[in-house]
Design a protein around this ligand. Structure first.
Ligand code: BES
Ligand code: ZN
Ligand code: ZN
Length: 473
């Protein structure tokens, strides 16, 4: 449906023209077009049906997120009027105020465009008609290197669209086992070993924390493991994603208002699946294993209760003080499983973990905790390449003290303050000293109905996938 092509030549006439603010003011269009960042203006040419679109670049330099945003905006503006869009990346590149490699520009543009064109699934009897579209990125060499980057972004966008659709899927259409099967189907034909551990296997292996959360529902929990091992011997990086297909809060039940979006509590697992898909499809060079605990957090006669004390896969005991802090429980087992069962040398977990993260950082940035400088440095560089926005939170012994329990090894509730830090540190307690990174995407996993980025669509964002891909590629 959607095609992207590369062309060396830049034709005289294009569909899109990028203008910085000062260039726009030279054109004296007044208020019609000022060239502000992401401003756009469709212009009709003569009497025919010719047209072009101005897209504003503003005055500041443009980062990778900016290139994604600008190209997404350009294509969305022109799309209703044509089936073929020509835009010059040379023209855009010159105006970024930065020195990008050609392939970086191609990559960012392609990612922005492909993601902007994602069409969220709707469950209406009348389906919208889908239009064919070709975007020609010109002013760049159709070299093997650039074509490879394009393929990589096609795979990544496919993975991210899968993640977005999964986040948007209602929980009655995505039970834990169904989610596992959808992930499995995504990897069919790819060099990835998929293993789904059902509740009986989890019982045998002793994943008590995941089982404890999952037993509140008639739809049983499972653990999906994806193994992509291209290296003969090489350390394994584990990506662990929270896969709560619906989070009612359990007996610490959420209020009606907080129930909005509870079907998207598996966004971490979906983002990991997206990254793994792109890695496997693009021939990533490093051993990567995904561990995805999947369950529902609900109420039943058998459900966990505040005050319960349980054991876990790693053997540590947990005092459950709030049944709505379920994400850290299932991640405790999953992280320990990644280290013990999968022999991971380092672990990154990603989760819609705390409302506190959403309140403090909104939809723009995801907080990160890390306990190893070299792992974090690699992550920060990956984030630089991906254009995703993260903010590192510090932590201290005082925070660790907040999750100490009088009765058990740890408790799943830290107190009134620092919720995102104590939530992360709880998970860290199960990483068995391995280098660890934690991404809290509670605020950023869903775009809402007025997305803050041009390449987002209503529903899930797929946030995290691009950075995890860059980190593990
Ligand atoms: N899934 C939620 C966190 C969340 C909140 C994600 C809002 C997206 C939007 C998580 O399981 C949760 O409920 N966390 C509690 C933890 C608390 C009880 C310590 C929270 O943040 O309120
Ligand atoms: Zn919860
Ligand atoms: Zn949750």
């Amino acid at each position: 449906m959607m095609k992207i092509m590369l062309r060396r030549e830049v034709p005289q006439k294009r569909t899109i023209y990028f203008l910085k603010k000062e260039e726009a003011s030279q054109k004296r269009m007044g208020k019609l077009f000022e060239g502000n960042y992401l401003e756009s203006r469709v212009v009709c040419e003569g009497q025919g049906d010719g047209f072009f679109v101005y897209v504003g670049l503003g005055e500041d330099s443009i980062d990778v997120n900016g290139v994604k945003n600008i190209c997404a905006k350009a294509v969305k503006e022109a799309k209703p009027y044509t089936e073929q869009i020509w835009l010059s990346l040379a023209e855009l590149g010159e105006r970024t105020g930065k020195r990008y490699e050609e392939r970086e520009l191609v990559g960012a543009a392609a990612e922005g465009i492909l993601l902007a064109c994602h069409e969220p699934v709707v469950y209406q009897s009348k389906q919208k008609e889908k239009k064919a579209l070709t975007v020609v990125l010109c002013g760049v060499e159709p070299s093997a290197e650039n074509e490879r980057k394009l393929d990589e972004k096609r795979a990544l966008a496919e993975g991210i669209c899968f993640a977005r659709d999964a986040v948007a899927k209602p929980s009655n259409l995505l039970r834990p086992e169904m989610f596992a099967q959808e992930v499995k189907a995504l990897f069919s034909g790819l060099p990835v070993e998929v293993e789904i551990y059902d509740a009986a296997r989890l019982e045998e292996m002793g994943l008590e924390a995941l089982l404890t959360v999952g037993k509140g529902s008639a739809f049983l929990p499972c653990l999906t493991v994806l193994r992509y091992l291209p290296e003969k011997d090489g350390e394994i990086t584990a990506l662990v994603g929270k896969g709560v297909t619906v989070d009612t809060g359990g007996y610490c039940v959420k209020g009606a208002k907080s129930m909005a979006g509870i079907k998207g509590d598996m966004a971490g697992a979906a983002a990991v699946a997206a990254a793994m898909y792109a890695l496997a499809k693009s021939g990533g060079r490093h051993n990567t294993v995904a561990v995805l605990p999947m369950c529902e957090n609900r109420i039943s006669p058998d459900a966990m209760l505040p005050g319960d004390i349980i054991s876990s896969y790693g053997g540590k005991t947990i005092e459950i003080l709030n049944t709505d802090a379920e994400g850290r429980l299932i991640l405790a087992d999953a992280v320990a499983f990644a280290v013990r069962h999968e022999s991971a040398a380092r672990v990154l977990d990603i989760a819609t973990l705390t409302g506190a993260a959403a309140i403090a950082f909104g939809k723009c940035m995801s907080p990160v905790l890390a306990d190893d400088e070299s792992f974090y440095e690699a992550f920060a560089q990956a984030a630089q390449r991906s254009g995703e926005h993260y903010v590192r939170l510090p932590f201290f012994r005082e925070h660790e003290k907040m999750i100490e329990s009088r009765l058990a090894d740890v408790k799943n509730l830290g107190g009134e303050t620092c919720g995102s830090i104590t939530g992360g540190l709880f998970i860290r307690a199960f990483a068995e000293g391995k280098p660890w990174i934690h991404l809290d995407i509670a605020g950023t996993a869903e775009a809402g109905t007025e997305p803050i980025r041009e390449y987002y669509t209503a529903g899930g964002t797929g946030v995290g996938a691009t950075t995890m891909f860059e980190l593990c590629f």
